[in-house]
Design a protein around this ligand. Structure first.
Ligand code: ZN
Ligand code: ZN
Length: 133
């Protein structure tokens, strides 16, 4: 019975991490996800959260973001979209604009790689950080 409990606990930990990540649009860091998950699973460890995030990102279930900032961020939305980062407060938001169709083709024609993906990161100052006009 003990083994079964452990298995179920593992599965539900992973499930809770996915659920919490999908709830927010803030592209949280591992530490922020840990704080969110801990409200539901008070005994979960930071290391477990880190490991599960890496594992889920490796499987493509969640996305690890390639954005500036000193900490990795995660996204529950794996659909192709761009991000913008506020240089003042560091918040990262989604930008759903059309991805230039020729871009990956042009890149492919310049090198011998098979292009899989590309990332564009915009930076700016968010409406919260802009001084009132
Ligand atoms: Zn800001
Ligand atoms: Zn996103």
């Amino acid at each position: 019975m003990k083994e079964l409990d452990d298995n179920m606990r593992l599965t539900s930990q992973r499930q809770v991490i996915i659920e919490e990540l999908e709830k927010v649009k803030s592209h949280p860091t591992a530490n922020e996800i840990y704080d969110m998950v801990r409200k539901r699973l008070p005994r979960i460890g930071l290391g477990t959260v880190y490991r599960n995030l890496e594992l889920l990102a490796g499987k493509g279930i969640i996305k690890k973001l390639e954005v500036g900032g000193e900490q990795k961020r995660f996204d529950g939305d794996t659909s192709p979209h761009y991000h913008i980062r506020c240089v003042e407060c560091g918040r990262v938001e989604d930008i759903f604009i059309e991805r230039p169709k020729g871009l990956e083709k042009s890149a492919a024609s310049c090198c011998s790689y098979k292009i899989l993906d590309h990332h564009v990161q915009f930076s700016g100052i968010c409406s919260h950080c802009l001084p009132d006009a």
